[in-house]
Design a protein around this ligand. Structure first.
Ligand SMILES: [Zn+2]
Length: 242
């Protein structure tokens, strides 16, 4: 208003949107770097990270002695992974984003619901061009002593390389005493058997082991899991894996 002094024109004034702009620039930088490295490799379909939070809806998966459900831990890690992936400019698809699952009306038993859900997930994965599937689960065992992270891989090309990379990163960064190695997924795991893209399944820990359970109940630890999984995916799609 009026002819007030303009002496503060050259003074830095913090605006609320500066951090937002910085975040956008960082994400753009990641995108540019990603597309550059993709161009230097063979021309391939833009990869899409399909994040599968195991179980959900009528299927809680494994449960810990204190009632903690595998499906809830899986979902939390999946949502953290999605948030980090988006920040880094990675295209993502989620098989579920909440605790509930919409089943077809004719699925009137838990078994029928589980089958319909598995078919729907396979359909989503196989209809996503450039899909790389990362399925998140928690392990369980009758005895309390088994613990640690293990990555399993499906039959499609690249699955074993991504699994070995993720296993190596997860072990080195989160559980250095882990002796588990990346292994072929059991044929009974429907999603892994039927996904026709690079696919890995991560058993992030044992709900039956008190040490693993305590870690998995900590949000900071779940964030680390998500970060290491995203880092492994980025290394894989940029060809650092080989
Ligand atoms: Zn599971």
């Amino acid at each position: 208003m009026g002819k007030g002094p303009r002496h503060n024109r050259s003074v830095f004034i913090f605006k609320w949107w500066y951090p937002l702009a910085a975040a956008v620039l960082l994400a753009l930088a990641a995108l540019v770097q990603q597309s550059k490295s993709l161009h230097t490799n063979a021309p391939v379909q833009t990869p899409v990270l399909v994040i599968d939070a195991g179980h959900g809806g009528a299927d809680g998966g494994a449960s810990a002695a204190d009632g903690t459900l595998e499906s809830d831990i899986n979902l939390d890690i999946a949502l953290r992974l999605e948030a980090l992936a988006r920040f880094w400019g990675v295209q993502t698809v989620m098989t579920r984003t909440g605790p509930d699952i919409a089943y077809p009306s004719d699925a009137d038993s838990i078994a029928a619901k589980k089958i319909a859900d598995q078919h729907a997930r396979v359909g989503l994965v196989n209809n996503t061009a450039g899909a790389v599937l990362l399925s998140i689960h928690q392990n369980n065992y009758p005895a309390a002593s088994p613990h640690g992270i293990q990555v399993f891989f499906g039959p499609a090309a690249g699955s074993d390389a991504l699994a070995e990379l993720a296993q190596s990163n997860l072990t080195a960064l989160l559980c250095p005493d882990n002796r588990r190695v990346a292994s072929k997924a059991d044929k009974g795991v429907y999603l892994m058997k039927n996904a026709n893209c690079t696919a890995v399944l991560v058993e992030c820990g044992f709900l039956s082991n008190p040490g693993d359970l305590a870690k998995l109940q900590d949000g900071g630890y779940r964030e680390k899991l998500a970060a290491v999984l995203l880092g492994s995916y980025l290394q894989y799609i940029r060809g650092v894996a080989t």
